[in-house]
Design a protein around this ligand. Structure first.
Ligand code: BTN
Length: 245
């Protein structure tokens, strides 16, 4: 993971990487100080204050069946948790499918997109946004968003965090490429407090409620509902209260 394209301002690092996908190698990273149209899941925007945080996208060309796509978000979340711990000492946790929480609030969001290049090769663009040194958030985000700095009360060296994170992403991706999927799932479970909790998952026009019970081999979330175990591949999860696993 060496080729880094550093941009001052861009619409979205995911969108930019998609536009140059045929001209760059696997492992290319596009990093921007400012995104004018940063994107989150479900067409939401990702708002990040210039020079304060980390917003970047990474190009992967995994040699797997597309059915393992979900695991790439999980391993990216684990890498963020580990790098944050190593650089700041803070304990963050993974929330399925691709958020990282700090004290119950979102400190990092991950947007993974599956695209094909002009050769028909399946590529995954993993976009990661981490709130590092931002201490003020727009009113509508104040109850749900936080940053690492709000908890360390220091200014965090973003480049240091980035380099540790690259190493962690590299290790996780090597595990993935070698087919050691169960290790990724185990690591994710160790770094999440979500299993055993009562959750609701918003999917298109329906809401599924139950206890988050497990992560399946393909990265899906297994939920125990009144009608039995169900696998969920996408959706917006709200954690409501403690339950039994
Ligand atoms: C989410 O929480 O829904 C995912 C947010 C992902 C934000 C990152 S910032 C870098 C990359 N570029 C984007 O436009 N989005 C991702």
């Amino acid at each position: 993971m060496n080729n880094i394209i550093f941009l001052n301002t861009v619409d979205s690092t995911n969108t930019y990487l998609k536009s140059v996908i045929n001209d760059v190698n696997e492992g290319t990273i596009v990093l921007a100080e400012e995104q004018t149209a940063g994107r989150g899941r479900f067409s939401r925007s990702w708002i990040s204050q210039k020079y304060m945080n980390l917003t970047f996208s990474l190009l992967l060309k995994p040699n797997y069946g597309a059915e393992k796509f979900g695991l790439l978000s999980l391993l990216s979340g684990i890498a963020v948790v580990r790098a944050s711990k190593s650089v700041t000492g803070l304990t963050t946790t993974c929330k399925w499918p691709n958020d990282v929480l700090l004290d119950g609030k979102k400190v990092c969001g991950i947007l993974s997109e599956l695209v094909k290049d002009s050769n028909g090769t399946s590529c995954v663009i993993v976009g990661i946004g981490i709130n590092v040194n931002q201490t003020e958030f727009p009113e509508e985000l104040q109850t749900t968003a936080t940053s690492l700095s709000l908890h360390t009360h220091t200014t965090i060296d973003r480049l240091h965090l980035l380099s540790v994170l690259f190493e962690e992403l590299k290790k996780g991706y090597e595990q993935f490429q070698s087919g050691n999927y169960s290790a990724i799932i185990q690591d994710w479970k160790k770094n999440s407090t979500m299993l055993g909790q009562h959750i609701s998952v918003q999917q298109n026009n329906s809401t599924l409620t139950g206890i988050a019970t497990d992560i399946a081999d393909d990265g899906a979330l297994v939920i125990r509902t009144d009608s039995g175990l169900m696998k969920v591949y996408a959706g917006d999860v709200t954690i409501s209260k403690k339950g039994t696993p």
